[in-house]
Design a protein around this ligand. Sequence first.
Ligand SMILES: NC(=O)c1ccc[n+]([C@@H]2O[C@H](COP(=O)([O-])OP(=O)(O)OC[C@H]3O[C@@H](n4cnc5c(N)ncnc54)[C@H](OP(=O)(O)O)[C@@H]3O)[C@@H](O)[C@H]2O)c1
Length: 284
Amino acid sequence: MNDPSAPPNGPDVDPISLALSHAPIRATFPPSMPYRTAFITGASSGIGRALALRLARDGVHVALSARRRDALEDLARDIERRCGKADIYPLDVSDPARVEATLRGADDDLGGIDLVVANAGVSGGQRWSGELDYEATAEVISVNVQGAVATLLALMDRMVERRRGHLVGVSSLAQYRGLPRSATYSASKAFLSTFLEGLRVDLRQAGLAVTDVRPGFVETAMTAGNTHRMPFMVQAPDAAEIIVRGIEKRSPVVAFPWQLATVVRSAALLPPSLYDRAVTRAKG
Ligand SMILES: NC(=O)c1ccc[n+]([C@@H]2O[C@H](COP(=O)([O-])OP(=O)(O)OC[C@H]3O[C@@H](n4cnc5c(N)ncnc54)[C@H](OP(=O)(O)O)[C@@H]3O)[C@@H](O)[C@H]2O)c1
């Protein structure tokens, strides 16, 4: 492993980037984030990575999880170089027994996890439903549904006993309706949003918070291959900022950007016959 304290060198490194790469990331005082520790799945890239950096900036000790160990190590080094605290927990969320063991291990290591973010997800690509088979849906269901459920439940008994904890699931604006060429993805996120709502109404009495995050298009590896229009696209650090503000406020639902959220909420009110016609017309 490279020495993380060694500055990058060579003729191409400009002094501002060099200074920023070593700047402490804990910038806000007093911190508005009420939590000390967080476990984040899907932290190796995109929204999860940006969220880990943003939480670490507020002094949260972050447990970084995903399958790619190298990417997690790079991120942990980056956070530590800026005076944040991070540990890595490589994990495939489609193995529920490992999810439970890993989160409980992290809970022991960090003296109690305050915030669990079930963010790991896959899109499964875009496929016309007439070419769909069970095989093509399996990964999406095992990661987005089973993986998210296993993550959200792994510490439930401990959080209820402590009467402390916040569960966050990263769903999508795609959960409002079955989208063309995305039946499995839309359905997986609809499951997650409904599951989170059920948890939320139950867990109020236990003092636990639950937040359902519903992003529109965010510029990440997941959207990189999309060829269709992606209106109101958001950058991952901006998405992380919006999510953190929602967590701080213990918001039940964080749907963004507001422009696209307004459109899809309106589409959710359409009767099926009108929705079907609107989708057909939009596709040309
Ligand atoms: N980007 C968008 O426009 C958008 C919009 C709405 C919702 N979302 C949701 O936001 C979440 C994050 O997506 P993203 O856009 O940031 O995409 P991304 O950059 O592709 O990140 C996906 C993350 O999930 C992890 N992951 C995938 N399969 C996994 C598995 N089996 N076990 C553990 N980790 C796994 C990946 O890490 P490894 O490959 O290292 O395992 C990666 O860290 C997803 O739930 C996605 O559905 C994204």
